[in-house]
Write a protein that binds this ligand. Structure first.
Ligand code: G4P
Length: 541
């Protein structure tokens, strides 16, 4: 990355070339494979296989990685930064696996676009749907990548229809597959009608692939008339459906660009990457409030010269010898500089950002400067919380990162009652870091809160951290609830809930009322029957 001579002159251009995105998918759709192939095609790694092993090749030689290994924290996989065709891409990890947690959702608050990866033999799976809902809430532009075309899958038109109807999303294919599984011949670019031929190389996609390109007519000789006739017919159908490409609608999050390919065999990866670099969304302006009382609404544009950013994730070091935590900050406006002083929007305190870190690719650990869209890792002894705004020269608060309805609930069972106070402190502090959410029962007040999480792993992390950092051993006893919703609407709705024994009303840490229920069906029943009740899946701000 070149260092500009005049930082303020460079700001608009640096911001405009940023592409900050995440990949949303169900486990096994191929996210790791696709991530690795994006890095391979960008030249950030030379031989695929490095990301998955996370220990081989060029990635492992960075100081950052060494430090990471010594300290037992995993950062490199959280944010990957790489260059492609003049764009600076930041790929943020959104785990869909066992470590699925609220972090996964919150990361989507820090990206400007998402790639929705779908296994074309499976269609839209549960976790993809949930993550997509978060994208929709943020009106994020979504690029769909239909993966594993080298294997048999659903008919492309049926799959497209499924995506469109289950997600209630307009879709606009930019390439289209010719056959699939053993008959997969390649894709045709919908706009140029150029065919990109698929050639199974047998190298399991470890190297960049040269694809042969030709017109549809020329392709007849190679793949046969039947396949080409079918594709032409399908393209006509698509065209007839009126979903021609509309870039502005894509950027507004109204229509998804669709690509088909095979991450494993590298096919279609280059087209996706090119699209991300050229056409995905750049950093957007954010709404916030300015001033000590947070009274003045402001819109902060990336090219605003005053630096601002917000913390979307805090990762604790599980090694007891190093109690540092890393706060992940997304730059919103201005130029971030190492050593700069910033004001924490929540409490007005000043912090010096002395040891900021960046991630991978150029093998550099300390970052000197960063631009809107970039992610910076800040070592934090405990000053920062999820959702904190950091800004230079003024006190600013961006509209918060919402909390998401938990799906797992438990209560603590303390082995040593003398540790109650420590446990309470630990729970409150860790909830500020976003490890878990706390819910208070009106009858017992602020004692013995119930705990909620969107992924089971959050409870395990909590237990471990309570032990290591607070010296508290406790058991977690599952509660029977599977649903939580923030309560809004008419007061009669709340009364209705409180008058029934099969619903439990609790309060979150901001004293907002939340209803807990055992099944989705019950939640729907309340929605249908309680007068004037409105239920929110995401904490209303
Ligand atoms: P995830 O991170 O989303 O969970 O998926 P991951 O990349 O680990 O891929 C899950 C499995 O799907 C892997 O197979 C991977 O090789 C395979 N896969 C990914 N992309 C494609 C593709 O385009 N075509 C085909 N046929 N398979 C694909 P695995 O057997 O679990 O691992 P491995 O032995 O292949 O490494």
């Amino acid at each position: 990355m070149s260092t500009p001579t005049d930082p303020l002159e460079a700001l608009p251009a640096q911001a405009a070339r940023r592409r900050t995105f995440g990949i949303i998918s169900h486990p096994d759709a191929g996210k790791t494979t696709l991530t690795e192939k994006l890095l391979l095609y960008s030249g950030a790694i030379h031989l695929a296989g490095s990301v998955k092993g996370r220990k081989v090749g060029r990635l492992a030689v960075s100081d950052w990685m060494k430090m990471e290994q010594e300290r037992g924290i995993s950062i490199t996989s959280s944010v990957l930064q790489f260059e492609y065709q003049g764009a600076a891409l930041n790929l943020l990890d959104t785990p869909g696996h066992a470590d699925f947690s609220e972090d996964t959702y919150r990361t989507l608050a820090a990206v400007d676009s998402a790639v929705m990866l779908i296994d074309h033999s499976k269609g839209v799976e549960a976790r993809t749907r949930k993550l997509f809902e978060v994208c929709r809430m943020r009106k994020l532009p979504v690029v769909t990548f239909m993966n594993k075309l080298d294997r048999p899958g659903l008919e492309p038109l049926d799959l497209l229809d499924e995506v469109s109807s289950t997600l209630n999303l307009r879709v606009s294919p930019l390439n289209w597959p010719i056959g699939n599984g053993p008959d997969f011949k390649g894709v045709v670019d919908v706009r140029t009608r150029q065919v990109h031929l698929y050639e199974a190389t047998g190298r399991h996609g470890t190297e960049v692939l040269e694809t042969r390109q030709m017109s549809l007519d020329e392709a007849r000789a190679v793949v046969g008339d039947r396949a080409i006739d079918q594709v032409i017919e399908e393209l006509e159908l698509l065209h007839g459906a009126g979903d021609d490409w509309d870039h502005a609608a894509f950027l507004r999050g109204e229509v998804s660009a669709v690509f088909w390919g095979s991450a494993m065999s590298n096919f279609g990866v280059e087209q996706l990457l090119r699209f991300l670099a050229a056409d995905a969304a750049g950093p957007a302006a954010r709404q916030g409030r300015e001033g000590d009382e947070g009274q003045t609404p402001v819109t902060v544009a990336p090219a605003d010269e005053r630096f601002s950013g917000f913390v979307f994730k805090i990762q604790a070091n599980m090694n007891p010898r190093h109690r540092d935590r890393v706060a992940f900050m997304r730059v919103v406006s201005g130029r971030f500089e190492r050593g700069m002083d910033v004001i924490v929007g929540r409490n007005g305190e000043t912090l010096r950002l002395a040891k900021p870190h960046t991630f991978m690719a150029d093998e550099r650990s300390i970052v000197d400067e960063a631009w809107p869209g970039d992610i910076v890792g800040l070592f934090d002894p405990g000053n920062l919380r999820i959702g904190d705004t950091l800004s230079a020269g003024r006190r600013l608060r961006f509209d918060g990162i919402p909390r998401f309805a938990p799906e797992f609930f438990c209560r603590t069972v303390l082995k040593d009652p003398m540790k109650r106070k420590k446990l309470d402190t630990g729970l409150v502090q860790l909830s500020h870091e976003g490890v878990i959410q706390l819910f208070y029962r009106p009858v017992v007040g602020r004692q013995d809160p119930w705990l909620g999480a969107v992924g089971q792993l959050q409870f395990e992390v909590l237990k471990e951290r309570l032990k290591i950092e607070y010296g508290v051993n406790c058991e977690l006893e599952p509660l029977r609830f599977t649903q939580a919703r923030w309560i809004g609407g008419a007061p009669e709705g709340l009364k209705w809930l409180e008058g029934r024994r099969d619903y439990t009303v609790v309060e979150d840490r901001n004293e907002q009322q939340v209803v807990l229920a055992e099944t989705a069906w019950m939640m729907q029943y309340a929605r249908d029957h309680a007068p004037g009740l409105v239920l929110y899946e995401v904490e209303p701000l």
